[in-house]
Design a protein around this ligand. Structure first.
Ligand code: ATP
Ligand code: MG
Length: 312
């Protein structure tokens, strides 16, 4: 039985190979690359050698096969991934702009991923669980997927597992009030919150990201890690605030860095590292994740982490 679990969208990503090739014009695409925020997280955990499993739904099609093969090969238990014939696997199209921003086009609410439901979260699968990771993206695919996440969080928490939460919901689509409402049940029970960009201020209404993190700790979340891309991260607890710089790497594809970082952080905490050590370890995983095209392609094994650390 897996020690680390995640659930939510499994999808493939298809991206423009160069910057400033918008999605509304004919041109080249690269992919499919296995993706989905909670799937990137769990793949990072698997590559770091910790037993883990995923709960989700794919279509009975080549894209579903592509994602499942990757997870399986990396050691993720996929027994609880359902394969359905009447819907296709989720897809995300991504284009990069030269200002660093990204344009996404998701085929998700209509995809197999949206069929995830509370019944998919089976209590007997949680027997050995020590950590569960929830993503805002999974809370927003469908109502049934959201209820599945809430159920998993409640059950894992009752079993004494650590719950981590990446509130990566896009407020452009749903509006800030809805995003807060959807996140609230997970905020109430999570042990680790990993916001990036404007997600922390979106949750609290503060003007400043760090103030938002302090307020999230003040409301009872033990560990808040603010991810800041190439600027590193800031860890806030009620004991301390620690800034950890990013490792210098050449960024090829930034997508998935946050999920990779979260996987590294959870693994480090399970190995008994301090919060600061865990954030340093996670920074290595995030840095290596951006060095390859495709969100899972750069995820390192422990041996690759060691090689990297001896080279910097
Ligand atoms: P995503 O792009 O998947 O939404 P995110 O925005 O949630 O990710 P980031 O802040 O981009 O998360 O990345 C998480 C962590 O990974 C950073 O805090 C940093 O430690 C590391 N990281 C990200 N980008 C880089 C980079 N260009 N160079 C070095 N480290 C990076
Ligand atoms: Mg980023």
């Amino acid at each position: 039985m897996p020690q680390v679990l995640s659930l939510g969208e499994l999808l493939v990503e298809v991206m423009r190979p160069a910057v400033d090739q918008p999605l509304d014009e004919p041109g080249q695409f690269m992919g499919p690359f296995p993706s989905g925020a909670p799937a990137i997280f769990i793949d990072a955990v698997a590559r770091l050698g910790v037993s883990c499993g995923f709960i989700g739904v794919v279509g009975n099609d080549p894209f579903g096969k592509c994602v499942l093969r990757r997870l399986r090969e990396d050691g993720v238990d996929v027994k609880h991934v359902r394969v359905v014939s009447h819907r296709t696997t989720g897809i995300a199209f991504v284009a990069y702009r030269s200002d660093g921003s990204r344009q996404f086009l998701f085929h998700l609410p209509q995809s197999a991923a949206a069929l995830l439901a509370p019944e998919d979260v089976r209590e007997d699968y949680l027997h050995d669980v020590r950590a569960l990771h929830i993503t805002g993206s999974a809370l927003s695919i469908s109502e049934s997927a959201r209820e599945a996440c809430y159920r998993a969080a409640r059950l894992c928490k009752q079993r004494g597992a650590m719950v981590s939460f990446d509130p990566n919901i896009r407020p452009e689509l749903l509006g800030v009030d809805t995003v807060r409402t959807l996140c609230e049940p997970v905020l109430q029970l999570c042990d680790i919150l990993l916001p990036s960009g404007q997600e922390a201020t979106m949750l609290t209404g503060d003007a400043d990201e760090e103030t938002a993190c302090y307020n999230l700790v003040a409301r009872g979340i033990p560990i808040v890690v603010l991810k800041r891309g190439a600027q590193g991260c800031i860890v806030v607890t009620d004991q301390h605030r620690t800034e950890i710089p990013a490792y210098p790497v050449e960024e090829v594809d930034p997508t998935g860095a946050g999920d990779a970082f979260a996987g590294g952080f959870v693994v480090a905490m399970l190995h008994g590292m301090s919060v600061t050590e865990a954030a340093r370890f996670a920074s290595v995983i995030g840095a290596l994740a951006v060095t390859r095209q495709g969100p899972m392609e750069g995820l390192p094994t422990l041996a690759e982490v060691e090689t990297f650390l001896s080279s910097v």
